[in-house]
Design a protein around this ligand. Sequence first.
Ligand code: NAD
Ligand code: WQD
Length: 340
Amino acid sequence: MKILVTGGAGFIGTHTLIELYRAGHTAVVVDNLSNSCHEALRRTAEIIGVDGIPFYECDICDRIRLELLFCDHQFDACIHFAGKKAVGESVEMPWEYYDNNIGGTLTLVDVMRRHGCRNIIFSSSATVYGEPAEMPITEACPKGVCTNPYGWTKSMIEQILADMQRADPQWNVVLLRYFNPVGAHPSGRIGEDPNGTPNNLMPYITQVAVGKRAELGVFGDDYPTPDGTGVRDYIHVVDLAAGHVSALQAIGRGCGLEVYNLGTGHGYSVLDMVKAFERVNGVHVPYAIKPRRAGDVATCYSDPSKALRELGWQARLGIDDMVRDSWNWQRQNPDGFAAD
Ligand code: NAD
Ligand code: WQD
């Protein structure tokens, strides 16, 4: 299939491009590079073994440029990653998050349908479950109250796409709810390259390990979990990327509206992650216990069995692979892509 990948220069997008090409698909990337760079795409093409990946530097809110892009290409489906994703920033700048994430999606899907492309895979998040009613979380678990505007954009976009699909059954919509993506391509050439101070645990750990930050702050050790620190379902980004290729099969057979959790089904605590990182990589990660972070839940992990049953997808890589590949990327690229 020929796939439009919005946000394809980003962390999950670049890894997904590799899996798409590996499976025999082709892709065109649209990205405004607001949180990524040309170098990431250059290295992705190098890993794939192609001269370049067709790329449009364009904002998905820009209807005219999107129209021109769809005049140039006939797409079988769109994998829609483009969006802002920093939880804390979304609390400070809610309008920018609603405008970019929801406004961009509304423009994208309108241009898609005008050009006869009604197949979309959307990057959603476990955050839509809010304070989950059950653990592990299945797709049947009701959506909950989000704790920040970023989360609401995911929840609202899910609703918009589901309503559009119900009104026009020609649409095939797959909502993928990611748990906690970590890791990097095993080559160490591409990986997560956050701007400024990382919000997420794994890039914080790797920046401490490489000496860019003095110590990790562990946000709370008094949760009702085995060691008191928060438990999450970390998933290797290469497994996550493969999940998108599997979701294309569902699109291909006319799935209508489907929701899938993409996680491993295993919960690890913050200290489990720190200890695994130290053990596998032979580096020390100093940490200090800090107060809980507002909006955090104690425990969040998936039941990913629906994706296995219906898509034949399951995560293959474990915690040791995640911490090894995250470190391999950070060690080789202490300043991310900026070094080139
Ligand atoms: P990322 O920031 O690395 O990638 C997103 C890409 O979208 C970036 O390259 C950015 O430049 C681009 N972009 C943003 N707004 C755009 C716009 N208006 N027009 C064009 N391009 C735009 O993030 P990621 O970690 O690769 O996440 C990809 C998607 O998955 C996002 O939608 C994110 O919300 C979602 N998601 C991520 C996580 C996670 O922890 N990484 C978890 C759940 C869901
Ligand atoms: C994991 C655990 C923290 C940093 C977020 C978004 C979610 C999705 C994925 C998407 C928690 C603890 C963290 C640190 C710490 N995002 N922690 N010290 O909060 O589960 O999910 O990313 O696009 O929507 O909310 O992930 O990596 O921030 O935190 O102790 O410096 O690590 O308290 O228990 P989270 P995270």
